[in-house]
Design a protein around this ligand. Structure first.
Ligand code: ADQ
Length: 474
């Protein structure tokens, strides 16, 4: 069996439960074949202290080998904070207004990808299968090919790919798309993303369509397909049976026995539509008086990327809105919104989800959104809660039985939340059963197997093609 090599910006120790479904699923795949996981250590060192080997550390974690390198401060600023999180993240989430096209960012991004490729190449065996993850590492296969790699290499984009005209606003976008052709298989979260890729390569890059999911361009061919990521339903349900989740559930049920609980669980990111969600909740209280003194929203928003300015702005906006709603609608014994700016320990998540009558998953744009799936997995099938889901989350393509909303339409969203709160038991059960069957059928193991099967099917043909590295971005 070929060895699997996973590459992602950050690693998680697959032996730790706190690592979450994705790390567990990748860890499981790595464990089966005895694999290697490569990425950034999370350490930032002063430029002057850069080690000749970039702090390369290779250590065993069960059957998996973890290999990491450190970043210097200037590389971290340009590659991670800069190009990844101030250019690619906003543009790929359709937020051109928040992008900062500083030329220095791109060269740092290229430099780090080159450095990763150099170390990884040293660690690779000839028949390894390499699976690279996410927007931080788009050009990594191109850099590996330039060093002579003929491995089977797949790429999975966890975030959306925007439509051609949005992508075209990104300086150097041709180079990025061309770099995708260094892969054998490119996986996206949704059909919408695949169609954006197809339209871009066909109309802007003059690609030829060889089969329904195979495109030829720049003398290379690539398979591009949707592999919607799932969760580990069994693992999440097991977590729900454990003490911490049960205690969380009991506490919430007790404290809110007279109320109806709504929950939002997100990273505090502008793509998650948090201000719009709070405005929709305000509309709910305003337009539907029966919800006053009853509906309580618990919004957990974990801090993230706080050294990027757009994130401090959104945090301030959110705090202002929460204060405003509580000030206007709150009573001595009732706070409409409980806003918690922390990460909730993973072990408590299923308990909070199960205790909540409604989940608000209303991103403005999201690759997939796993919280939507976790909420469904955590419900009691006999008395399940209702998922209110943005049509702009990748998950909406699969989760048609949720109440789908347009998060920009705060009145429409308020109407859907009210419908969710009033939904009869039989309808809740019917919708929940269909949603649960869906997330079970396409869980994280299905996702991993389908991707690796597609990569495995791409036998030697693509690697036989001659390879010209992508031109330097201008
Ligand atoms: P994220 O943007 O981080 O991931 P999401 O899928 O919603 O988004 O969450 C990932 C995990 O983080 C989930 O397991 C969730 O429970 C956990 N999480 C989020 N907020 C939390 C909080 N406040 N406290 C505790 N846990 C929290 C990116 C893409 C998504 C895509 C995933 C996976 O942006 O679109 O679904 O990768 O591909």
């Amino acid at each position: 069996m070929a060895r699997l090599v996973v590459v992602s910006n950050r690693l998680a120790d697959p032996r730790k439960a706190a690592a979450g479904g994705l790390a567990v699923a990748l860890g499981e795949a790595l464990n089966q074949s005895g694999g290697l996981w490569f990425g950034w250590s999370g350490e930032v060192v002063e430029d002057a202290a850069r080690a000749p080997d970039d702090g390369l550390q290779v250590q065993p974690a069960g059957r998996v080998t973890l290999a990491t390198v450190d970043l210097t401060k200037s590389d971290h600023d340009a590659y991670y904070l800069g190009y990844s999180n101030r250019v690619l993240w906003p543009v790929f989430h359709y937020r051109l207004d928040l992008a900062d096209f500083d030329a220095g960012f791109l060269s740092g991004y290229r430099r780090v990808n080159k450095m990763f490729a150099r170390h990884l190449m040293e660690l690779l065996r000839p028949d390894d299968i390499v699976w690279i993850h996410d927007y931080h590492l788009i050009p990594l296969a191109d850099e590996l090919r330039a060093l002579g790699s003929r491995h089977r290499i797949g790429f999975f984009l966890h975030i959306p790919l925007p439509p051609p005209l949005v992508l075209a606003a990104l300086p150097g976008h041709e180079w990025l798309i061309r770099a995708l052709f260094a892969y054998d298989v490119v996986g996206f979260q949704s059909q919408a993303d695949v169609s954006h890729f197809e339209r871009f390569v066909m109309n802007e890059a003059g690609a030829e369509k060889l089969a329904s999911d195979r495109f030829r361009c720049y003398d290379r061919s690539v398979v591009a397909r949707a592999f919607p990521i799932g969760i580990d339903v069994d693992e999440f349900q097991r977590l729900g049976q454990m003490r911490e989740a049960r205690e969380m559930y009991e506490t919430m049920r007790e404290q809110y026995s007279r109320r109806e609980l709504l929950v939002g669980i997100d990273r505090l990111d502008y793509s998650k539509g948090l201000p719009q969600r709070l405005r929709a909740f305000r509309n709910l209280l305003q337009d539907y008086p029966d919800t006053r003194d009853r509906a309580t929203l618990i919004q957990i928003a974990s801090p993230t990327r706080e050294d990027v300015r757009a994130y401090t702005t959104i945090r301030r906006e959110l705090e202002g809105l929460c204060g405003h709603i509580n000030g206007n609608y709150g009573e001595i014994d009732w706070m409409p919104v409980r806003y918690i700016n922390r990460t909730l320990p993973r072990r408590k998540l299923p308990g909070l989800c199960r205790a909540s009558r409604v989940a608000l998953v209303t991103p403005l744009r999201d690759g997939m959104n796993l919280v939507a799936k976790e909420y469904v997995a955590a419900q009691d099938p006999a008395d399940p809660g209702v998922l209110v889901l943005s049509r702009f989350a990748g998950a909406a393509e699969q989760m048609r039985e949720a109440l789908l909303v347009n998060p920009y339409d705060t009145q429409g969203t308020a109407r859907a939340i009210h419908q969710a709160l009033k939904m009869p038991l039989e309808e809740r059960q019917r919708r929940h059963a269909a949603l649960l069957a869906g997330i079970r059928a396409q869980d994280v193991h299905w996702w991993r197997r389908s991707f690796l099967a597609a990569l495995g099917d791409e036998v030697s043909a693509p690697s036989e093609e001659s390879y010209e590295p992508a031109e330097e971005a201008r």
